[in-house]
Design a protein. Sequence first.
Length: 250
Amino acid sequence: MTSSISLSGQTAIVTGASRGIGRAIAIELGQAGAEVVVNYSNSPEKAEEVAKEINSSCGNAYTFKANVSDENDVESLIKAVLERSGKIDILVNNAGITRDGLLMRMKTQDWESVVNLNLTGVFLCTRAVARPMIKQKKGRIINVTSVVGLMGNAGQANYAAAKAGVIGLTRSSAKEFASRSITVNAVAPGFITTDMTKDLNAEPILSAIPLGSFGTPEQVAGTVLFLAADPAASYITGQVLQVDGGMVMA
């Protein structure tokens, strides 16, 4: 379905866009008229499928392989996009992984891999787009965090810590970039129907969600589209929008 919000003429990078929430975000932005850079670190076939879907619906998309936890890869990504598209209007930091386990048994490698991708990757991408966005005096940065970063979760100390860090990074960078008309916000999904949640025992989770169901990637994508839109979200920065069915209420 075509969105009523227009991002025509804008270039958007979506990290981790080959599947799940990232895929839905890329398609949503593409259908709204943005040129979408479909970032992936593996699964090139799935990334190409996302780009093909956008292009077949009169959108414009291309893929780019980069591990966003690798500084050189990030610099190559941003350089390539600027050379091809001339600007970067929207960055969606979505790429993430889980390596669940109880804290006392968690391997250091599992801690580091999650923090490196889910938090350091957001830092590297944000830092890399800061210069071109500051030069443009305009930009939208949207970070995908999680309600787990707000409430914690047993067996996910690494994931919760990284996602909580994304919230702190969001608010700090929002204050730094606001004078250049760059907004930085976060979206905190609750339990969304993706590969990450397909094996969970749904019954106890659903009992904690007032709306009584898991969310969809498209519902998260719609929130990201709103935050990317001008003028709709131009006066919103440093905020965390929860898409969780009412699971966490401050």
